[in-house]
Write a protein of this length. Structure first.
Length: 441
């Protein structure tokens, strides 16, 4: 029997996902704005046969933000540059439905898909940083439920714009003087609750049918949107049991929306510390932990809890019980609160814990032990793969690619060669038909 194949992405985060990664002696502190750095990481990832490069984004920051968020490349611009130095790896970029327009997004990701030969992916977010509103002529961030309601219509408009041109629409017949078949170009004329978009899109049909859609929301609104629209779901899960529950919930929701469960790939984030011994792996973690500035660690925690003010609280005491529900990332807030309660962490212990991966799972060990931990979640119905979140670059990533990936390949659960030329093919996703394609019954 053919073994289930693990899907792997790498979450690019400047110097690394640990908040103090930029202070590590082996890390280039200017990584977030170095094209040479990103080119190197992209080529290491492609040599390891990973599925995709994943880029997050944010449209605001404060002076205590993660250094990789203070200054950074705009994701689509960076991926366009990386498309010229890679051939197979997917290029997934984050773009917000709250502070963009559907036509812009449809055009940009279609362009990236053509530039890369069918490797683009759109990570759909609604923006959870409330301060972003102030950079877009707004006084306050839209309500959480409203953001997701708008996002569903936004994604639908984008998908319809991607169907503007049928596959064979551009005939470009010089003898007849016919550039395109008018019967195969479609004007959208969409009028919905939130958007009115005429179309058509001035970019022909995507080389992979349409760019891959990724979604990372884990709230009820977020999981509904993901189950309806996403090809890949990025999530934060701390325990096997929670991950299994989330996995089954999303697959069941996808089926309820008329989709095939295998057409939705669930890839939790995981931050691996790889050592020649288990002790060495933990020593790498403790080295980074020792570099955390308390002021930044506390602000980091406050941000994920909705801007909660810890003034007057004993940092060595428990997390307060009266933290109000955030209008930002509700699922991450709930995960962090649950982590504190489950492990009886003090405020200080909690901010030290999440500074490593923002609430995502940390794993430690030798290459064999890391491979075991990843394989267990996949074997036990908790994941289809993982978005790797190196604590620091480049060594924290090259250790994974050079030492862990070969073990996964030897076990027959990860590819040794790319299956196709598009991101959709390599993820094992089905071909996407245009809404105008005639399907024979």
């Amino acid at each position: 029997m053919t073994k289930k194949q693990m899907k792997l992405g790498v979450f690019l985060m400047g110097t690394g996902h640990h908040i103090a990664s930029w202070r590590h002696p082996d890390v280039p502190s200017d990584a977030s704005e170095s094209i040479a750095f990103f080119q190197h990481i992209a080529q290491v990832a492609e040599a390891g046969k990973l599925d995709m490069l994943f880029l997050s984004d944010g449209l605001s920051f404060n002076h205590l933000s993660h250094p990789a968020e203070l200054v950074r490349f705009e994701p689509l611009t960076l991926h366009a540059a990386l498309s010229t130095v890679t051939k197979n790896i997917g290029l997934t970029a984050t773009a917000s439905t709250t502070y963009n327009e559907p036509f812009h997004i449809a055009r940009k990701f279609s362009s990236l898909d053509h530039l890369s030969g069918g490797r683009s992916g759109w990570n759909v977010v609604t923006s959870y940083y409330e301060a972003e509103a102030l950079n877009f002529n707004q006084n306050s961030h839209l309500d959480h439920t409203l953001r997701y309601d708008r996002a569903e219509e936004f994604v639908e408009v984008v998908k319809r714009l991607w169907d503007s041109w049928e596959q064979e629409a551009l005939v470009r017949d010089k003898d007849l003087g016919t550039y395109f078949d008018k019967q195969k170009l479609h004007t959208l004329a969409f009028k919905g609750k939130y958007y009115a978009v005429k179309g058509p899109l001035n970019s022909s049909r995507s080389p992979q049918g349409r760019p891959v859609i990724v979604q990372a929301g884990s709230s009820e609104s977020g999981t509904d949107l993901a189950a309806k629209t996403a090809d890949v779901i990025f999530t934060a899960q701390q325990t096997l049991e929670d991950a299994q529950f989330f996995y089954r919930k999303l697959k069941d929701k996808a089926i309820a929306f008329g989709r095939n469960a295998d057409d939705v790939k669930i890839m939790p984030g995981v931050s691996p510390y790889v050592g020649d011994t288990e002790e060495e792996a933990y020593a790498k973690y403790e080295q980074l932990q020792s570099l955390i500035t308390p002021e930044i660690g506390l602000d980091f925690l406050s941000d994920y809890l909705g801007g909660f003010d810890f003034s007057g609280y004993d940092l060595d005491g428990p997390l307060p019980k009266d933290i109000p529900l955030t209008n930002g990332n509700q699922s991450r807030q709930q995960l962090i609160v649950a982590l504190a309660e489950r492990e009886q962490l003090s405020i200080r212990e909690l901010y030290l814990r999440i500074a490593g991966s923002r609430g995502h799972r940390l794993i430690f060990g030798t290459p064999e032990q890391i491979a075991d931990q990843l394989a267990e979640w996949m074997d036990k119905g908790a994941a289809d793969g993982f978005n790797i979140m190196p604590p620091y670059f480049p060594d924290g990533f090259t250790d994974f690619v050079e030492k862990v990936v070969p073990i996964l390949q030897q076990r027959g659960i990860f590819r040794t060669a790319y299956e196709g030329t598009t991101l959709r093919e390599n993820l094992g996703l089905p071909q996407v038909l245009s809404r105008y394609d005639k399907v024979e019954v």
